[in-house]
Structure formats: C-alpha cells, structure tokens
Design a protein around this ligand. Structure first.
Ligand SMILES: [Zn+2]
Length: 335
C-alpha cells in the first residue's frame, strides 16, 4: 500500500468570512422625500421586480440557494422620518431568510429628525460622520435607532457599522454604553474612518474602549488606491485570493462589504449582471469550500480573534488587472 493511502490528508486551512450588507433606504435626494420614498424603497429592496430583482431580496435569495450566512447592517433612522412599516418590511424579509441583523446608522437621516425625535440636540447641519454630533446626541441617535429596530421586530443588535465608515473614537464608547460589543466600521483605506484612533487605526481585530473592532478586509492593488473588499468594486479573483490569504496566515474574520442595491443599476434598478455574476460566483465558491465558514457577529468567538490581523491582499497583479478590465466593461455597459 502506498504511504500516501495510509495517511489522512491534512484538512485545508480554514477562515471565517463575514459577508456584510449595509441596508439603507434613500429617497433620491432630500427634496420631496414623501413623494419619492415608495418607489425608491421598492427599487432598493426588491430591484426592478419582486420575482427577478437583484436588490436586498435578490441577495437573500442567492445566499439561501447556497446556504450561506450573512450579516445585514440595517439603517433604521430613515423609518422615523418616512414610516416604520418600511423598516418592518426589511426586518421581516431578512429574518424570514434566516439571516442576521445588526445596526447601521446614517447620521444624514438624524438631521431630518431635528424638529421631532431629536429636537433637544444641537444639529446645525447634515453630516455623514456620526462623530460630528456631540456625545449626548450620538447617544440619543443610537438609542433611537436601536428602539426603531426593536419595534420593527429585530433582535437587539450587538454589532455596528457607521454610515460611510465615518466615525471617530468617541463613537466607540457610546456603542459600549449601549450594549454593542462589536464595531465593524473601520476601513483603513477611507480617510473619514476612525481618523483619531492613532496606533489603533490598523487592520487588526482589537478591543478599543470596551468594543471589539473588527476592521474591513483590504485590497491593495499594484496600481491605484487601496480599497475595502467589496462585492461591487472588487474582482471575484481578488476576493478569492483574499480569503485564501486569510486562511494561509491564520487571520481574523475576512469582512467583505456590500449594499442592498449594489447588484442593481442605481437609477433604473435593473440587475447589474456583472456584480450579480460576481456575487453568485463568490457564493458558489464558498459553498464548494466549506473550510471557509460564513459567519456573523452573533456566533463569533471574540477570544479566538482579538489580536489577529485582518487580511490585506497585496501583489495580486493578475487579479487586480482582471478586476480593472471587468469594471471597465461594466461601466461601458451600465453607466
Ligand atoms: Zn451605509
């Protein structure tokens, strides 16, 4: 008997992957919100059709087909302005598909509530960075968002991502005071993200001010700017390389970003076949490689991850090039 037949093959190196979707509703600008919200909502949540659309529902359908887990960071503040039934519909849709809901906040919506729920706070202008609000206002915004999610039927969130990745250190202690254990806002390639974290602004899972920061994985191309790992802007080959790298190096969870409308054309809502194919391809590959475990924050073991690096893909020249070519054709076809 050959020697190789007597030995068990070593199991391939494993990695945790967090597929994360920021779920947000905008009314195509800040004028005429009430007239525009229904069609904007339908386009962002269902795409161009409830049966075949590629909005939030489409992403949930593809994940279900491949039996993968994902985390949906849901933005609830918009509902305080336009109606809570919209938020309930989102929460019901995600929970019906067995996926995890966590908290996303776009402080731009907080400004819409300056004469109602948030009237007792200074809100001189609309801001993308939640930390532009003072700590008391950040606290009020967070409490309102958690309350809205709860009323819509979601379990209490334990993880947070700031809108546009824009937060500063003060946000983290507000999260901790409100029982949130994880933050996944830190995107080191974005200049508005965690700018005052000092030495702790790095791609490593770390406990900062009693919150566990789980930064977003990064792709550092041979040419061009570093960027977050994202379904809409990274290549399939880059994403596979990144996850393999995480497995090889024993990295912490590979957090990949997407949005509810990332697989649709932003104006018409028709499916963007390039991004759709990429997401399907990634799901098929993950399903075929169970050593890469799709997970969420609700089942993450912090003790196993604190101190671990978050993967940064460098020197993947061919994968970078393939992405550039694909994105070029995508823009030619859709924009
Ligand atoms: Zn967002």
């Amino acid at each position: 008997m050959p020697l190789s037949a007597t030995r068990k093959d070593p199991s391939p190196p494993s990695a945790d992957v967090i597929l994360s979707f920021d779920v947000e509703v905008w009314a195509d600008g800040w004028g005429a919100i009430d007239e525009k919200i229904q069609s904007a909502f339908n386009r962002r949540i269902y795409g161009h059709s409830r049966e075949h659309g590629a909005g939030l529902q489409g992403a949930l359908r593809i994940l279900a087909e491949h039996q993968l887990h994902a985390v949906f960071f849901v933005e609830p503040l918009f509902a305080a302005r336009v109606g809570e039934s919209y938020l309930s519909e989102i929460v019901e849709l995600i929970l019906r598909h067995g996926q995890e809901i966590q908290l996303h906040i776009h402080s731009e919506w907080a400004y819409e509530l300056r004469t109602s729920q948030l009237a007792s706070f200074e809100m001189p202008r609309r801001t993308r960075n939640i930390a532009d609000l003072d700590v008391a206002a950040q606290d009020a915004v967070l409490k309102l968002a958690i309350e809205l999610l709860g009323r819509a039927g979601a379990p209490r969130p334990i993880a947070f991502r700031a809108g546009s990745y824009a937060f500063r250190r003060s946000t983290l202690s507000v999260l901790a005071a409100n029982g949130l254990q994880y933050d996944s806002s830190l995107n080191v390639s974005n200049t508005n993200s965690g700018t005052d974290l000092g030495d702790e602004r790095r791609t490593r899972v770390a406990e900062i001010d009693q919150v566990i920061e789980v930064p977003i994985a990064q792709i550092v191309p041979s040419f061009g700017k570093p960027r977050q790992a994202q379904i809409g802007s990274s290549g399939l080959s880059e994403l596979k390389h990144l996850i393999r790298l995480a497995a090889r190096t024993g990295a912490g969870p590979t957090v990949i970003v997407s949005h509810n409308n990332e697989m649709t054309h932003r104006v018409t809502g028709v499916p963007d076949e390039f991004v759709l194919r990429r997401f399907r391809g990634l799901c098929q590959w993950l399903a075929a490689n169970p050593q890469f475990r799709t997970t969420g924050f609700s089942e993450l073991d912090p003790g196993a991850h604190i101190g671990r690096a978050v993967p940064e893909l460098r020197n993947a020249h061919i994968a970078n090039l393939l992405r550039n070519v694909e994105q070029y054709w995508r823009r030619r076809c859709y924009y």
